[in-house]
Design a protein around this ligand. Structure first.
Ligand code: ATP
Ligand code: AMP
Ligand code: MG
Length: 200
């Protein structure tokens, strides 16, 4: 085990965790970070939000996706550059494959961002559409889009398409993790297994 964790330290895993809004990415990632010694997380949206606040563009993180896409691109560039400098054994990046903007679905991981983040693994968190909707509704800390079940299903399908594209461009393997209701620990355990295999 000692040997595995030494290897993990030196190999520098960059695990990019994606999934649609409210599916449970941040919950699963924080459980994974708690369980993996020396691991850390970079929340892409937080880096964008810090930059957006400095520019006085928004007051809340959920306002960013309503900005003109050109402005969002500027924030995305800043966040990607900042995160590209993070070093460590296992770095998780908590982010989105695409953003539902008033101008259309816009990629969260275009080539320029993939190039900066250099993911070694891509993990898509999924859940049942009804559960995602109830998580969105019940989380009063955020202003998430409340859609129909069909619209959430469309987002889930779209996520798999964007994930394939990100894998082709980055060369990173992809995993699908189902975040079952009340079972975020189980989802985190799948990630721990993946990390253990990478460090063998
Ligand atoms: P966003 O993309 O908007 O940041 P997210 O994917 O990071 O969303 P979280 O913030 O982790 O989603 O979770 C959304 C809500 O769902 C939170 O209130 C969280 O506590 C809850 N949640 C996460 N996973 C589960 C689960 N397995 N069972 C029940 N509730 C969950
Ligand atoms: P989150 O807390 O993960 O929902 O992130 C907050 C917001 O940051 C999201 O709603 C998006 O507006 C933005 N965001 C996060 N990741 C990306 C990304 N890769 N590209 C563009 N915008 C992003
Ligand atoms: Mg989150």
């Amino acid at each position: 085990m000692r040997e595995s964790s030494d290897r993990r330290e030196s190999m520098g895993l960059r695990i990019v965790v994606v999934g649609i809004a409210g599916v449970g990415k941040s919950t699963v990632v924080s459980k994974s970070v708690e369980a993996i010694k020396g691991s850390s997380v970079a929340v892409f949206g937080t880096e964008m939000f810090e930059a957006a606040k400095k520019l006085k563009w928004v007051k809340h993180r959920d306002e960013m996706r309503k900005l003109p896409v050109e402005n969002q691109k500027r924030l995305q560039r800043i966040a990607a550059q900042k995160i590209s400098r993070s070093r460590g054994g296992v770095v998780f990046v908590d982010t989105h494959l695409f953003i539902r903007t008033p101008e259309g679905f816009w990629p969260g991981l275009p080539y320029s961002v993939i190039e900066a983040l250099k993911p070694t693994h891509l993990v898509l968190i999924e859940a049942d559409p009804e559960e995602i909707l109830s998580r969105r509704k019940n989380d009063t800390t955020r202003y998430r889009d409340i859609l129909t079940t069909e619209e959430v299903q469309t987002e889930l399908t779209l996520a798999r398409t964007f994930l394939s594209a990100a894998s082709l461009v980055s060369g990173a393997p992809i995993s699908f993790i189902h975040n079952r209701e009340g079972k975020a620990d189980e989802a985190a355990r799948v990630i721990l297994n993946m990390v253990a295999n990478a460090a063998k």
